[in-house]
Design a protein around this ligand. Sequence first.
Ligand SMILES: Cc1ncc(COP(=O)(O)O)c(C=O)c1O
Length: 411
Amino acid sequence: MPLPSNGLDRDELFNKIRERKANDAKWDEGKTFSLIYPTGRDDVDDVLMEANQLYLYENALNPIRFPSLQQMESDVVEMTGDLVNLPPSGGGTMSSGGSESILMSVLVNRDRSRRDRGIAPAAGNIVYPTSAHAAFAKAAHYLELEARPIPILPGSYTADVDAMADAIDDQTVLVAGSAYGYPHGVMDPIEDLSNLALERGIGFHSDTCVGSFVLPFMEQLGYDIPPYDFRVPGVTEMSCDVHKYGYATKGASVILHRESEWIGLQYFLYNSWPSGIYGTPTVAGARPASPIAAAWAVMNYLGLDGYLEIMKTLLATTKKIREGIESIPELSIMGDPIGPLLTFTSTAVDIYAVCDLMDDQGWNLDRNTDPNGLHMMISPLHEKYADDFLLDLRASVANAGESRGIEARYN
Ligand SMILES: Cc1ncc(COP(=O)(O)O)c(C=O)c1O
């Protein structure tokens, strides 16, 4: 496709974009349950837009040219570290998202194992439950490590500590677990898993990409949260996504290391080219500045009291949706999800047929496999749509049942 020989007129241009966008998911109408985490608050959206706009053109590659970005990045890292009890010896950097934070953690642990334990360059494996995010497999692929995904326990969908213990050997460079995991929203036994690593002198990554801006606030609201952060001695790394339940726009995650000395292994430094010293903390060279500004802005705008307020609404909405699903006899929640991420399944109806019928009504649920289930990440915006959602879900289950000859219970 060549460039248009004459540039488009502005109105025509934006009409074309809007025309294409019309087919995208209607997340702002509360119809999606993944990818975007809307607060549903105009004031928060305004703050995000202004911060993005202020830093639309800047480049975070060079902190000397843009000291304001360096300061904001370090504030975001420190505020996030404080939420998950990073000790004073620790540190971290921002990255573009959960996957890049995990990639950096695997890189640091691989190279730390090579340096401190003499693991050979062609060797090394990482051990994690099959419920861990695909980013761990991706990191193993990029970094030429053997991936060892270990089946999770049926019923609870949590990591199998004994099977993980059997899989760890003297070539293991990292063990990982999720607090909480993407597929079912359940907590892995972080303390037990990280003890396996600690006893063997191996790093342990507690993946809190979805949990880091949920669990600390739940704990402060008095919920009983199993240990998952740096208070657990074996946890060496944590990934915390501000662009999920921190409500920043996309491109903002934090990778934290228990010892700031390890960040040196994350940096790429180079001076054997004609343009002087070149250094980057993550994969990117030129680095968008607006995600850093947006993350700093939303964290400071909401503050602790703002996050706690949002969390109360979010947990009330989650309870309503969870109880609504549980009240439909054909459906059951998979495992015991701790926060606003849950998956439900059915032995009575084809759950994918339910998904199709929900799709027909504009609700975009995601499909889990093995066993089949429907996956939801609830956001504060869903408060307004929970009743409509449950009504349509009941009807869809009834219709999916009918299509298989099961008497419809609801009309
Ligand atoms: C637990 C967990 N880890 C990692 C990731 C990857 O994050 P990202 O999509 O920002 O790369 C996700 C994404 O949903 C996640 O839920």
